[in-house]
Design a protein around this ligand. Structure first.
Ligand code: GLC
Length: 635
């Protein structure tokens, strides 16, 4: 059955593309990835019916793909690991906050290139609903650009300029939900049964109440509950996030076909990677929390395989902010290994770095990371210190117990510490979405403010400022030195602080994630002042050092452990290109590194790649506060 259907599909594709100069190439790709496409579809749908529809999309997208993007496909197929390599460095920005509009971004490409950036994620820029729109994550039209940012033509022009500068472009694909004002939702509200079936709609509370028993609330403070009554539908519609973000019904194959088409459309405008927003939520199952269901991975495999055939230069990046046991599946496990997303956010690493800095203790970090299952060698973590979202204190209870701590207690400590409430805290953050029922509190704030720069500036103490800046850079060194694709969040390279201006904007004021979404301060960027210059120089030094270290290629995993001193954390990367040992002092005190504590490197002079110094680990060595050392034996 499968073989016949896949062979029929090949004939269909060949007929649709007869005369196309690249027919042999696309059929070769079909032969390579159609079985994976079939397998993914079969888990969820009647694959024999859906496959021809997906092939129709593939043919259309291929015909619409420009000669230059087809050439990019060939180049990327020859170097499929470009995003895993040590020289891959990411940057994440809002178009308007970074540069006004898409034309503005074009005029700042030199800045990104000088910084060493090779990958740019522009935050949501497709047309959102009017008014509140969750920072653009309530999309009304996936085929047009938000009017004040420019047009689709501007986006394509920007993509080609970025490509010419050696920078790949990532766009968000919001696939769990659409805005209530999206055409599909409007038609459903108008009574069209075809589109009603794009959503999860229930006539009364019976089924919603049954689901609610196991569902958490993502925004308990401003959007409690997971269902919203809609008069047009005359029913309750599933709304995991805000009431104007309607969850899509991925059990309906028409939804998959629509999204395959949108993915092709965005790839053909020049996107190199799509960020699969909130992907964990896309499949619902009664009696579960409706996250991380196995079908999510089957659906991703189907879409990924279709993308490989129609636009092989395109990567998938999973935004699954889920626990350590669940997240690895987004890079592929078991039957899906190597067949789903290429990149996934390493939320645990981010949380653990902040946790280690607050506790001055790396044991929990080392324990949590050592429990991660391996990821496919063709994939990579997206590592980061901050992003546009809050930090959820995702400390696993079992990990905490393993180091003798209490999970709930440590999560409470972190929430209070980073809100600046804990005695002696260096941080200036804010609580986000406190949930009195669960005791859960998340945190907003910029990297510099959370790392202590804001408090140090307030105190006027130069010593405190030095310490805070060293702490911030130490944290970023872990992000850049972990392996995977490091993502620098806009403004962090300048040490930008919390921005309270959102409080005066009614469309933003109840969402304090805007605290860490400041407008880029180009005066800071151009006219070096103390803090800015120091952070910028240090970040640039990390980037330069990283690019010269092949051992940071993501195909090799990082082993993390602490020395006899819990404040001294070691990352070890055993790579065929040479072993890399990274040493981090997680405290504001000088520590001592004893000979033998970071083996297996031979004692003797080692090259420290960030500073360029030579360090001899054969004798006890002084490890300054927040030191970050990347060591290899000289050739
Ligand atoms: C993702 C986004 C977040 C948004 C949510 C709903 O988690 O990062 O900003 O609120 O999805 O789209």
């Amino acid at each position: 059955m499968a073989d016949t259907a896949v062979a029929d599909g090949r004939r269909l594709l060949a007929a649709r593309l007869a005369g196309d100069p690249d027919l042999t190439e696309i059929l070769t790709r079909y032969d390579r990835w159609a079985p994976d496409l079939w397998d993914g579809l079969s888990v969820v749908y009647d694959a024999a019916t859906v496959l021809p529809q997906v092939i129709e999309v593939i043919a259309r997208v291929h015909l619409d793909r420009s000669a230059s993007l087809r050439q990019r496909d060939r180049e990327r197929l020859l170097r499929p690991d470009w995003f895993q390599a040590a020289d891959a460095i990411g940057y994440v920005a809002y178009t308007d906050l970074f540069a006004g509009d898409l034309q503005g971004v074009r005029s700042h490409i030199d800045y990104l290139r000088d910084l060493g950036i090779t990958y740019l994620h522009l935050m949501p820029l497709l047309t959102p609903r009017p008014g509140e729109n969750d920072g653009g994550y309530a999309v009304m039209d996936y085929r047009s650009v938000r009017a004040d940012l420019g047009t689709m033509d501007d986006l394509s022009a920007l993509a080609s300029d970025l490509h010419a500068a050696g920078i790949s472009l990532t766009l968000d694909l919001v696939l769990n939900h659409v805005a209530r004002e999206h055409e599909w939702a409007m038609k459903a509200r108008g009574g069209d049964p075809h589109y009603r079936d794009y959503f999860h709609v229930y006539p009364d509370r019976a089924i919603p109440d049954a689901y609610e028993k196991d569902l958490p609330e993502v925004f308990p403070a401003f959007a409690p509950g997971n269902f919203t009554w809609d008069d047009g539908l005359d029913g309750w519609v599933w709304t995991t996030f805000n009431e104007w973000q309607w969850d899509l019904n991925w059990a309906n194959p028409d939804v998959l076909v629509e999204f395959a088409d949108i993915i092709g459309f965005l790839a053909n405008r020049g996107a190199d990677c799509i960020r699969l927003d909130a992907i964990a939520f896309t499949w619902k199952r009664l009696g579960t929390n409706c996250q991380n269901q196995p079908e999510v991975h089957a659906l991703t495999q189907a879409l990924r395989s279709a993308a490989h055939i129609m636009a092989p230069a395109l990567l998938f990046k999973a935004e699954a902010i889920v626990g350590p046991q669940d997240v690895v599946a987004y890079l592929g496990q078991g039957e899906h290994a190597g067949k789903v997303s290429d990149l996934a956010y390493h939320n645990s690493l981010m949380v653990q770095i902040w946790s280690a800095l607050a506790a001055r203790d790396g044991r929990l970090l080392a324990t949590a990371l050592s429990r991660f299952r391996p990821i496919p060698v063709t994939s990579a973590w997206a590592t980061y210190l901050r992003c546009h979202d809050d930090i959820g204190w995702a400390i696993d209870d079992a990990d905490a117990v393993a180091v003798g701590w209490d999970g709930f207690g440590h999560r409470s400590f972190l929430a209070e510490f980073y809100a600046g409430e804990f005695d002696g805290s260096f941080a200036r953050g804010m609580h986000f979405q406190s949930n009195p029922e669960t005791g859960d509190r998340r945190t907003s704030g910029s990297a510099a403010s959370l790392a202590g720069v804001e408090a140090a500036l307030e105190s006027g103490s130069t010593a405190a400022l030095d310490t805070a800046l060293d702490r911030l850079i130490c944290a970023y060194a872990m992000v850049f030195g972990f392996g995977g694709l490091p993502l620098l969040y806009m403004g962090d390279e300048l040490g930008m602080l919390n921005d309270h201006t959102y409080e005066d904007d009614p469309a933003k004021s109840d969402d304090n994630r805007w605290l860490h979404r400041p407008e880029m301060d180009w005066t800071l960027a151009r006219h070096d002042s103390g803090v800015t210059e120091r952070v910028f120089t240090a970040i640039r030094r990390l980037i330069t050092a990283r690019k010269a270290l092949p051992a940071l290629h993501a195909a090799v995993a990082t082993e993390a452990f602490v020395t006899d001193d819990p404040a001294v954390l070691v990352f070890r990367r055993r790579h065929p290109a040479g072993t890399l040992i990274e040493v981090y002092n997680l405290s504001e005190e000088t520590r001592v590194l004893w000979p033998g504590s970071v083996s297996p490197l031979d004692p003797g002079p080692l090259l420290e790649h960030i500073s360029g110094r030579t360090i001899d680990l054969g004798a006890p060595v002084r490890l300054p506060p927040y030191a970050a050392w990347w060591l290899t034996a000289p050739e």
